[in-house]
Design a protein around this ligand. Structure first.
Ligand code: HPA
Ligand code: ZN
Length: 339
């Protein structure tokens, strides 16, 4: 049997895919200050240390307040490029070979940053990483659920000239009091446009919100989904639909969705045959990227080698990639585990 140190090493070395990542949540304080200076924007913190000290959250909303404040220094296409490229360089160094990233257009449109500035900067970095390292990607446009259905429809209309660059849509921001059904009509149109669908559900919200993601939005995947375990019928329905759950261990710890990593439900999810995966969510704010998430899980639980393999494999299976590409990635994964 491998030791924890050996399992952590294996997690670092194995090829990985990330399926739940907000590009604005990768904004490291050093880069944030650099871009703020370049754009002559004053951050409400005097130093990087002071900014980092503010990263203490009691819940999702505490975090979101700081997250929206941070992204407000992004103004130009170059800013979006630099943010995205910094993330891609980081995860390339961690053996992430495929990534599916969210961006929050409304968080920038509200500040009068045009849609094309955002998406062109992000897409150029993704294309460059593909050329440089062979990294594959998908781009997910996420709607802010604390805003209105009307705002979501307006955003979708702005996105229409760029649908060749957008693979899927998501739903994020403040979950409580903003149930998925609020956006049923928007997601229906997205589905008709051929976009894949995912939604944050069951992070802080009740199992009922996960049911709505299934039945009102007809999701292809569920982001977080922690609270699915509270409802056995719901668990069975997610199994039946073979939906992937994009779980975020360090995020859950930092936002007090779980009290300790030992109590994280991800092993339980695997034990009841849910297709759970490991993801970083907002790594600059939550203490780590993919490797640090795996490391925290391995250190603080009794995760086995088989479970580690299953988590990594589930992510490739749940990626929006052609079956042939998934098979190639999984073959690489198998090599690492069976050497
Ligand atoms: N939950 C909801 N909205 C978000 C998150 C999250 O974890 N990260 C960025 N936006
Ligand atoms: Zn998220």
């Amino acid at each position: 049997m491998r030791t924890k140190i050996e399992l952590i090493k294996l997690a670092e070395q194995m090829p990985k895919t990330e399926l739940h990542l907000h590009i604005e949540g990768t904004f490291e304080p050093e880069l944030m200050f650099k871009i703020a200076n370049r754009n002559q924007i004053q951050l409400p913190y005097q130093s990087i240390e002071e900014l980092k000290a503010a990263y203490q959250f009691n819940n999702l909303q505490d975090f979101l307040n700081i997250y929206y404040q941070g992204m407000a220094v992004l103004l130009t296409e170059n800013d979006f490029y630099d943010l995205t490229m910094a993330y891609l360089e980081k995860v390339h160094s961690q053996n992430v070979v495929h990534t599916e990233i969210f961006f929050d257009p409304q968080g920038h449109l509200e500040r009068d940053i045009p849609f094309d500035v955002q998406i062109n900067g992000i897409s150029k970095a993704l294309e460059d990483a593909k050329v440089k390292w062979g990294m594959s990607y998908r781009l997910i446009m996420s709607f802010l659920r604390h805003l209105s259905e009307e705002s979501a429809f307006a955003t979708l209309n702005l996105a229409k000239p760029f649908l060749d660059k957008i693979d899927a849509v998501g739903l994020d921001s403040s979950e409580l009091n903003h149930p998925p059904e609020k956006f049923a009509r928007v997601f229906q149109e997205c589905r008709e446009l051929g976009l894949k669908i995912t939604a944050h559900a069951g992070e802080e919200g009740p199992p009922e919100y996960i049911w709505q993601a299934l039945d009102c939005l007809e999701v292809d995947r569920i982001d977080h989904g922690n609270r699915a375990l509270e409802d056995t019928q719901l668990t069975a329905e997610i199994q039946k639909r073979k939906l992937t759950l994009t779980v975020c261990p360090l995020s859950n710890l930092k936002l007090c969705v779980v009290d300790t990593m030992e109590h994280h439900p991800i092993q339980k999810m695997l034990q009841v045959n849910l297709n759970a995966t490991v993801n970083s969510d907002d790594p600059a704010y939550f203490g780590g990227y993919m490797n640090e998430n795996y490391k925290a899980l391995i250190e603080d639980s009794n995760l086995t080698e088989t479970e580690l393999y299953q988590l990594a494999k589930n992510a490739f299976e749940g990626a929006w990639l052609p079956t042939s590409d998934k098979a190639l990635y999984i073959a690489e994964l198998d090599k690492i585990f069976h050497q």
